[in-house]
Design a protein around this ligand. Structure first.
Ligand code: SAH
Ligand code: SF4
Ligand code: F3S
Length: 465
């Protein structure tokens, strides 16, 4: 059977889709990128904002219009949030599978082929009943540890070091759909990273909703995130180690020091402030003040003068006034972020925000504030990117630049096309070079910049990672 997998949402979902791919290949399924011809259509979904869910609904609407009967599976966070209730509108769906149950997907497809439907979700935290690690997500490792290291991008890989989240920011659905926070054992993570590095995937990105809150305790020993970083950075073949997403108050000096000491840990921190205003931070249940966030930023630049920092913001949170919004704009300027992801507040069913706070900022105002923050960030970004002009950077080459749609060549060399690479600080960089450089590390000299991209000249390198 041919399986087509469509992936929406964040890096966690991208990793889950890669792990499912490996698992299904091992079980004898074929993976296809031809949607029309697929016997099985799987959609790995996101629930973080209403817009993310609407994408799934419209995709399922299109599927409903297809005459040919095939197996349809809704996976991931929306599947976990909606469970069997999805069937009312989409009765043709055969599989509804939350993120904690994906290890059994092959079996679910076999059942579906016999006409049996499966709804597999973890216990719902919104039932008012606490779900603990032992009962909720017994499958913490089961999808990850069967990993086939050669499935996926040839030079990079995501590795999950923890699942779930216990922070319960008042706007956020993630603690409900991804379950309780659990850290994986350092041995399992070590083995997985080693296998990936041995397979040539030298850029490893560690994933967690609050990745730096990682802590694993067994008996008398307790492994902190900085300890884990140190162990993983020492693995031969790990050329770059990244991690996302960080939570400000869990970013101790031990992590900054480890980053400073180990050059293969990328100079990149994604640590969302969400707002620059104390009033709003409190209403969001973010457990820090503006002053604490500012001092984290100062410490980060103190330890790592060349670090790149990225943020997320929510505009139009309930009760957000113009002065709160200006505080966010000020935070962007002060923090000198490389980039920020800016989202309009979207009330998520079942969250404290949706239950107790009135979504009272008009859509027009949200849109305007979104635009304003993007404009402020663009100014800050341009200054940041321009500061690289004339410098030499090391790039991991991803491939021909997709910006042009198809490979383009604006150089004199007929063997060159516009290639795209990334610096250790996550700067997208465009240069002219042969396509054979894909997956390799090269040096380049920066000749110009926009607010989103560095332009550079290839100056050599290109050994296999
Ligand atoms: N675990 C990460 C983020 C997970 S969700 C963290 O804690 O930083 C990714 C981003 O989506 C968040 O940083 C937030 O900015 C945004 N987001 C989450 N819930 C949202 C909501 N209800 N409305 C708008 N944006 C939201
Ligand atoms: Fe959501 Fe907050 Fe957890 Fe991030 S820390 S996943 S924003 S609840
Ligand atoms: Fe979306 Fe789930 Fe990620 S809600 S942002 S796919 S954890």
């Amino acid at each position: 059977m041919n399986v087509y997998i469509e992936t929406l949402g964040c890096q966690m979902n991208r990793l889950d889709s890669e792990l499912i791919t490996g698992q299904l290949l091992a079980a004898g399924y074929e993976i296809t990128d031809d949607l029309e011809a697929a016997d099985v259509f799987l959609i790995n979904t996101c629930s973080v904002r209403a817009q993310a869910e609407n994408k799934v609904y419209s995709r399922l609407g299109r599927e409903a219009a297809i005459k040919r009967r095939r197996i349809v599976g809704v996976l991931g966070c929306l599947a976990q949030r909606r469970g069997a209730s999805l069937l009312k509108r989409y009765p043709f769906v055969d599989i509804i599978c939350g993120p904690g149950q994906l290890h059994a997907l092959g079996e679910m497809i076999r059942h579906a082929a016999k006409g049996e439907r499966t709804v597999a979700c973890d216990p719902d935290r919104r039932d008012g009943r606490a779900v603990f690690a032992s009962e909720g997500n017994s499958s913490i490792d089961s999808l990850d540890h069967d990993r086939n290291a050669s499935v996926g991008s040839p030079a990079q890989a995501y590795v999950r070091i923890m699942r779930g989240c216990d922070k319960f920011c008042t706007y956020c659905i993630v603690p409900f759909v991804r379950g309780p926070e659990i850290s994986r054992s350092p041995e399992a993570i070590y083995q997985e990273v080693k296998q990936l590095a041995d397979a040539g995937r030298g850029e490893i990105t560690l994933l967690g909703q609050t990745v730096n809150s990682y802590r694993y305790s067994a008996g008398d020993t307790s492994i902190r995130f900085s300890d884990l970083l140190e162990r993983l950075a020492a693995i031969g073949g790990v050329r770059r180690l990244r991690f996302v997403t960080s939570y400000p108050t869990d970013f101790g000096g031990d992590i900054l020091q480890t980053m400073r000491d180990l050059p293969n840990i990328c100079r990149y921190i994604h640590c969302p402030p969400q707002s620059g205003s104390d009033r709003i931070l409190k209403a969001m249940n973010r457990k820090y003040t503006r002053a604490q966030y500012d001092s984290f930023i100062d410490r980060a630049y103190d330890y790592l003068p060349d670090v790149t920092i990225a943020g997320d913001f929510i505009v139009g949170f309930p009760g957000e006034r113009e002065s709160d919004h200006q505080a966010s704009a000020d935070l962007i300027r002060r923090s000198r972020f490389k980039n920020s992801f800016i989202f309009k507040y979207s009330a998520r069913p079942g969250t404290v925000g949706a239950k107790t706070l009135k979504d009272d900022v008009p859509f027009e105002v949200k849109r305007e504030r979104n635009r304003e923050l993007l404009a402020v960030q663009a100014e800050v970004s341009l200054e940041h990117f321009r500061s690289f002009t004339g410098r030499q950077v090391e790039l991991l080459v991803e491939g021909p630049s997709p910006l042009a749609g198809k490979p383009i060549n604006v150089s004199d060399d007929p063997n060159c096309v516009q290639m795209l690479g990334r610096t250790s600080g996550d700067h997208i960089t465009v240069f002219q070079g042969p396509e054979s450089l894909a997956g390799q590390y090269v040096n380049a000299r920066v000749t110009g910049a926009t607010a989103f991209t560095l332009f550079a000249e290839f100056c050599g390198g290109g050994e296999r990672s």
